[in-house]
Design a protein around this ligand. Sequence first.
Ligand SMILES: C[S@@+](CC[C@H](N)C(=O)[O-])C[C@H]1O[C@@H](n2cnc3c(N)ncnc32)[C@H](O)[C@@H]1O
Length: 278
Amino acid sequence: MTPPVNTTRSPLNATRSNENLLTDNPELYEARFPDADRLAGRWAEDCLRRHDAGARVLDIGCGTGRDAAHLHAAGRTVVAADLSEAMLAYARTHHRGPDYVRADLRDFDLHEDPVDTVVCLDSALLYCHTNAELDGFLASCRRSLTPGGLLVAEMRNGAFFLGRTELLDAPAVNGFTWQGTAYTSTTTLSVDRTAQLLRRTRIWTADDGSPPHEQRSAWRLLFPQELRHVLAAHGFEVLDLHDGPGPRTEPAWQEGAGPGERTDQDRLHLVARLTRHD
Ligand SMILES: C[S@@+](CC[C@H](N)C(=O)[O-])C[C@H]1O[C@@H](n2cnc3c(N)ncnc32)[C@H](O)[C@@H]1O
């Protein structure tokens, strides 16, 4: 039977090819990447407690706002920022508590009181594709932080791809159902060695009759030693840098688990302190 065609409401029809389907449709984002136990927010709060962080937090690249709202519920005063207006609108209504503002993580100045911690989760930092953008991010963090403030980040690990091809060999196919429509994403990753980027092509299909939608994006392939070097250059001391356990590792982080000691697997977890504030 031919599936019904829903040309007005389907997110696939409403999203242009250069746009990000999930970023532009935050409900879909949460359906595709559920975190009902708020593991990422709990892991971030655990990092803050272990390192005696003050109350004020900026969550940059906050997405749907669920981690920011978790930190708010834990008693923090949270400003949360993203580039996507759709994400911010969703966050303001679905994850209330934080103050949501629009900012580009590659160069931001929120003109607010300095915060005690900048949090940047799920590879948002890797949208800094060039060294200049990475410098812009860290200079912005430095401007926004109190002396002794923390940077807590969680992202893919560029070093994982050295000598390993399992994530590159074949497209990854994922499916989920949202509001009665079954969505399938077919994701192909490739390494651009010159730009040091992990490039992603994702083709979306839905059983509501809408045509396939292709989107492209990229993450910086950032290596642990490179990260240490650029952090030191910006006045940060690395307190933790490890591949897990974390909110998106297998097995996942659990309450009470401390940081690991290696940086070999697919994810990197960083806690750094701003020790030079010039
Ligand atoms: C993978 S999502 C992670 C969202 C959230 N941190 C989480 O863990 O659920 C990446 C987010 O970064 C945002 N983003 C991408 N480029 C950005 C930029 N230049 N400045 C600010 N946010 C950006 C996207 O809009 C998206 O919400």
